[in-house]
Design a binder for this molecule. Sequence first.
Ligand code: NAP
Length: 279
Amino acid sequence: MDNDVYYLNNGYPMPKIGLGVYKITNDEMEIAVHSALEAGYRAFDTAYFYGNEQALGNALRNSDIDREDLFITSKLWNDFQGYENTKAYFYKTLENLGTDYLDLYLIHWPCEADGLFIESYRAMEELYDEGKIRAIGVCNFEQHHLETLMKETKIVPAVNQIEVHPYFDQHELQAYCDEKDIAVTAWMPLMRNKGLLDHPTIVNIAKEYNKTPAQIVLRWHLAHNRLVIPKSKTPSRIEENYNILDFNLELTDIAEIDSLNKNQRQGNNPDKVHIGSLK
Ligand SMILES: NC(=O)c1ccc[n+]([C@@H]2O[C@H](COP(=O)([O-])OP(=O)(O)OC[C@H]3O[C@@H](n4cnc5c(N)ncnc54)[C@H](OP(=O)(O)O)[C@@H]3O)[C@@H](O)[C@H]2O)c1
C-alpha cells in the first residue's frame, strides 16, 4: 500500500490521491463519495468555503468505512482568520463533518495584508498538540509567506496545497517545499479540463501508454513528488483518476510535459487575495 501513501513530515501517512470536492453539490455528494470509496479513495479534500462539509460528512458516515481508515482535509476560511475565530470555526468544521478530529487542517489563503495568518496558525498548533488534528498546513503560500510563518511558529507545515498543472508548474516553490520537507498537493491538477487534456503532447503520450490524458497528467504530478486531489462528480472519471498507480512515466515523457510550462496561473494570485476579496 506504501505506493499509495505519502509520509508527511511528522510521519503521518496521507493518501497520494484524494477526491477534491469543490463544486460538488449536496445532491451530487452521495454518489461521488460512494464511487470514490468503491474505486479505492480514502482521502477527501473539502473546505468550510465549499459549503459541502455536512454533505461530505453524511456521505462518509453512510459508508461502511471506519473513520480511522479515512483521511479528511478541511480548510480555515479567510473571513475567520485570527486566534479565537480559528478555534471556533475549526470546531464548526468538525461539527459539519460529524467527526471529532481532522486528518489535515489548512489555512485556505495567506491574506498577508490582513496580518492574521501567524496567530491563526498558532491556534492550529494548539489544536494539533491537543490531538484534534493529525497534521497542519497551509494553502496558497508563496515562499515568502512560508518563510514568515516558519520564523514565527513552531511546527513546519506538513502540506502546502497550491495551484499546479503543466501550464503552471511552480518548479521554484516546489523545490523550496521539497527542501523544507513540506509536501506539495496540487489543486486544479487537471486545469479543470479547460484546454489541457486535449493538448497534442498529452494526447500522444496517453496513446503511447494506453492511458487517458487525465491519467497521464495525474501521473506526471506524482512523478514530481506531489499529491493530487482531482475533482469529479462523474463516477467513471472518479475511477479513472484513481487508477494511476500501475504505471510509471519515462523521464523523456516527464520532460516533454514539463516543457509545456507557461508559468500561467488560472486561479487567484495569493499575493492579491485578502479577507473579503473572495466570495
Ligand atoms: N486550496 C485552494 O485554494 C483550492 C483551490 C481550488 C481547488 N482546490 C481543491 O482542489 C480540487 C481540484 O481542483 P479543481 O476542482 O479546481 O480542478 P480539477 O480537479 O483540475 O478539475 C476538475 C474538472 O475536471 C473535470 N474532470 C475530472 N476528471 C476528469 C477526467 N478524468 N477527464 C476529463 N475531465 C475530468 C471535472 O468534471 P466533472 O466533475 O464534471 O466530472 C471538473 O470539471 C478541488 O475540488 C478542491 O478540493 C483547492
